[in-house]
Design a protein around this ligand. Sequence first.
Ligand code: NDP
Length: 401
Amino acid sequence: MARVLIIGAGGVGQVVAHKCAQVPEVFEYICLASRTQSKCDAIAGQLTRPIDTAQVDADNVAEMVALINDTTPDLVINVALPYQDLSIMDACLETGTHYLDTANYEPRDTAKFEYHWQWAYQEKFKEKGIMALLGSGFDPGVTNVFTAYAAKHHLDEIEYLDIVDVNGGDHGKPFATNFNPEINIREVTAPCRHYEDGAFRETPAMSRKSTFTCPDGVGEYTIYRMYHEELESLTRHFSGIKKAQFWMSFSPNYINHLQVLQNVGMTRIDEVEYQGRKIVPLQFLKAVLPNPGDLGQTTKGRTCIGNIIRGKKDGKDVGVYIYNICDHEACFREVGSQAISYTTGVPAMVGAMMMLTGKWMTPGVFNMEQMDPDPFMEKLNIHGLPWKVVESATIGWNPED
Ligand code: NDP
């Protein structure tokens, strides 16, 4: 039995708290801490077992160290924002505490989505005898594990990887993002990079699109190619990959709003002078947009996120599609959140469970695909994210069409 400290009480933090609380045989003690303690208290009030809450500024390493010393967790689950990754990792190093997150570190002034800052902690974590598990959400996270699972059970060599993230949900608002608006819009407006023939190639943001028909009646959606951070680690760890792409669905309404916001400068991440003080337009925009954590009440429909993986088995061309479908309303009934927070929070809990039960415990800094996928895949089925595998012949979608 173990002790966990969860940092961040947003949409994802709420799901992680619920899901850890559901498994007392692993998570004996839980403390939920964030910048605003009242948000932690509100989440604690939804749970059927008591947890501790605390206030912390996770940008401040000394504050994080003091909180870790107070609560003595075995593991810190970081579901605050990517800006806090390094300060929390520093606090974990100082206190000898294991670390897990769901998004890679980003400096505030440039949207980079690169792992090198966190990979640089490899030797320090190893020497200290502690583990950091990076990107234990859905994408990155489950999509990395799906790739490792296909490599272990279905293919000898992965050649083509397409990750397709469809959100078939409707929140009923004119414009809203499904997770932190600042991070979401930075991601969507960044230039697209995909991997092809040994290098990443850059194309303008949202300049390539396709139509994808999801299985199990989820429907047909327009998906746009964009950069996503798991492409970096997956092409590093599966060196035979010839081409890797990430696709995400957006409604025409989302695209129209985003274009207007971009055209008028509201998605800028540099500081502008406003009435004698400096503000970042995208941060101001976040303050006026709906809170993603509140969208659960109105969101209907399903998500369908999966990997189409093609390559060779016994010299023959083969392929698989591994995917999960998640229902927004069912998530809301269970934990009071929509499916985007749910599909991120469940893998964070399962990744924590893998570490704390010793299935994935190795000192150093690791991406999900470096671990044995089987125990993680088994727990996804049990804890709310069941998955299916189908032969690629039945997918009926070719990214080159
Ligand atoms: P929210 O904005 O809803 O929540 C973020 C939380 O972090 C808030 O409670 C916020 O506090 C807190 N926080 C921010 N800064 C600090 C700080 N300096 N110290 C302490 N707490 C802080 O975001 P989400 O829950 O939607 O997303 C959480 C994380 O999950 C993000 O990193 C996001 O990128 C990642 N994510 C990963 C996905 C995946 O599949 N891998 C998918 C979706 C999200 P306050 O309330 O006071 O602002």
